[in-house]
Design a protein around this ligand. Structure first.
Ligand code: FES
Length: 132
């Protein structure tokens, strides 16, 4: 089965008798830490913990009751981090600043838009402007 075929299949597995989603949106923010000098780097050393804490506190402050902001360990896209993925949409973002986090909250989670400049595509590796 081709990879794109598999992705479509995996995305469409909801069945009529399945329970309703518990959260409207479930956000996983990588806060994984790797040892100093690891070739892939890690989200924590790029400030992910502060960004995740901001997302969580701000979601509460904004009254986003159906939104759950969770910390996650490695999401295996370390070079592009800090990374997050939002379900049920399965949209991935890389975000580096509090302003990025706020924009994702305001546009994606509140207005249902996308923050295109921060979105990660399945084929994204390490864009030149994200190398650090
Ligand atoms: S350390 Fe964050 S994706 Fe691997």
């Amino acid at each position: 089965m081709a990879e794109t075929e598999l992705r479509a299949t995996m995305s469409d597995r909801k069945l009529p008798g399945d329970p309703a989603p518990y959260y409207e949106a479930h956000v996983f923010c990588c806060v994984n830490e790797r040892p100093e000098g690891h070739p892939r780097g890690c989200c924590k050393k790029r400030g992910s913990e502060r960004l995740r804490n901001y997302m969580k506190a701000r979601a509460k402050e904004l009254g986003l009751d159906g939104v759950r902001i969770n910390q996650a360990l490695c999401l295996d896209r370390c070079e592009l981090g800090p990374t997050m993925v939002i379900y049920p949409e399965q949209v991935w973002y890389t975000y580096r600043t509090i302003e990025d986090a706020e924009e994702i909250l305001q546009r994606h989670l509140i207005r249902g838009e996308r923050v295109e400049r921060l979105m990660l595509q399945p084929t994204d590796k390490v864009p030149e402007d994200l190398k650090r």
